[in-house]
Design a protein around this ligand. Structure first.
Ligand SMILES: Nc1ncnc2c1ncn2[C@@H]1O[C@H](COP(=O)(O)OP(=O)(O)OP(=O)(O)O)[C@@H](O)[C@H]1O
Length: 361
């Protein structure tokens, strides 16, 4: 009896596919050829599955078809090839967009659940070492066994990713929450991690406030003893929003001893007072410079001005940190100096101790 195209299609119509229908009813048979050879009939065809996943699922039906066709009288050879239309369509991972206008928040400053203490580190003037102090303090606190988070709220000029040596883009498996990376024992998050290194953020106030709200509320901070927030310099929208919307333990103000920096530091202190955020103390950064070659001590930006200011304002003076090449190099390399040993690391350990002893961190 001759094996024809119709015989084959009729047989294939009887083989059920997972998901319903048959190879013929779902029109999946392509290039069906029947050759009459001296040995008998040779049958060849292609099953064109819609997706790779379905191709895998159709495997048993393919085997069943091959066996049934081979069993037909006079058939010498059966060759069935399975193909699929293309790669399985993957759902794109949910994208979490940072920025956008803030969501309205009822009531006054709110506590962030799981975070015992929040300390903002601010300065009046830019470039006085606020980010350096924030990262080193965070690392020093973590070295003393505290669970520490570090939030880079300097949204227009984020630098903590570089200073903490973090380059991975944080994951957002559900498109709603951000899984923050860990560095030097600290859980950290910065808008810098969501941007290309050379990408500028050009946002107005509401966008900045929206981003801050997301970084505080949508990052999975877990349980923290203390969250250090590295503020942008000055007295702008981010500071205002943070102090008004989030319950802060207080703020530390960093300044260099020079008059222009102190002038701006006073404005920052005044802002915190107006926003009813307690100023926990002042830090004098770049206080002294000791020449590594000859040991000569110099006061490049003056000396003692911040301590004097603290005394005048009746605020705690938390310490003087020297200007040192090692501090700058450590920050640039992504391993804050507080992560190592030596006098600079000790200065930060002392500062961390002081905050822990005071029940602040
Ligand atoms: N004590 C220090 N000794 C040496 N270099 C320092 C010291 N403190 C900060 N720096 C360096 O000074 C530069 C500015 O510091 P940093 O970024 O911490 O300041 P900032 O106040 O956060 O600045 P911005 O206003 O840009 O946010 C950095 O290159 C940093 O490494």
């Amino acid at each position: 009896m001759a094996v024809t195209r119709d015989t084959i299609l009729e047989l294939l119509a009887g083989i059920a596919l997972p998901g319903g229908g048959s190879l013929t009813s779902r029109d999946l048979i392509r290039a069906l050829v029947v050759d009459e050879t001296p040995a008998g009939f040779a049958i060849r065809f292609v099953i064109e599955a819609p997706t790779p996943d379905e191709a895998r699922a159709f495997g048993p039906a393919q085997a069943q078809a091959e066996a049934a066709l081979k069993a037909l009288p006079g058939v010498a050879q059966v060759s069935v090839v399975m193909t699929a239309h293309g790669p399985a369509k993957k759902e794109p991972p949910p994208q979490l967009k940072i920025g956008g206008h803030p969501k309205p928040q009822e009531g006054g400053p709110q506590q962030i659940s799981g975070i015992a203490s929040i300390i903002a580190v601010g300065s009046g003037k830019g470039g006085v070492g606020k980010s350096t102090v924030s990262s080193n303090l965070a690392v020093a606190l973590a070295r003393q066994g505290r669970k520490v988070g570090l939030l880079d709220a300097d949204i227009l000029g984020p630098s903590q990713a570089k200073m903490m040596g973090v380059t991975v883009r944080p994951a957002s498996p559900d498109g709603q929450t951000i899984e923050p990376p860990q560095a030097h024992g600290v859980t950290m998050m910065s808008l810098g991690l969501m941007l290309r290194e050379d990408e500028a953020v050009i946002w107005r106030g509401p966008m900045l406030m929206g981003a801050l709200q997301q970084l505080l509320g949508q990052v999975n901070w877990g349980t923290l003893d203390v969250l250090i927030i590295d503020l942008p310099p000055g007295t702008g929208d981010v500071q205002l929003t943070l102090c008004q919307k989030t319950k802060l333990t207080g703020a530390i103000v960093v300044s260099t001893p020079q008059d222009v920096a102190l002038l701006d530091a006073r404005k920052a202190i005044d802002m915190f007072a107006k926003l009813k955020t307690p100023v926990l103390g002042l830090i004098e950064n770049m206080s002294t410079y000791i020449c590594p070659n000859c040991g000569h001590e110099d006061h490049i930006f003056g000396h003692g001005g911040v301590a004097a200011e603290a005394k005048k304002l009746d605020l705690p003076f938390l310490g003087a940190l020297p200007l040192a090449l090692d501090v700058r190099l450590a920050g640039d390399s992504g391993t804050p100096i507080a992560a190592g040993d030596g006098p600079h690391a000790e200065a930060y350990a002392t500062l961390a101790n002081r905050l822990i002893a005071g029940g602040i961190a």
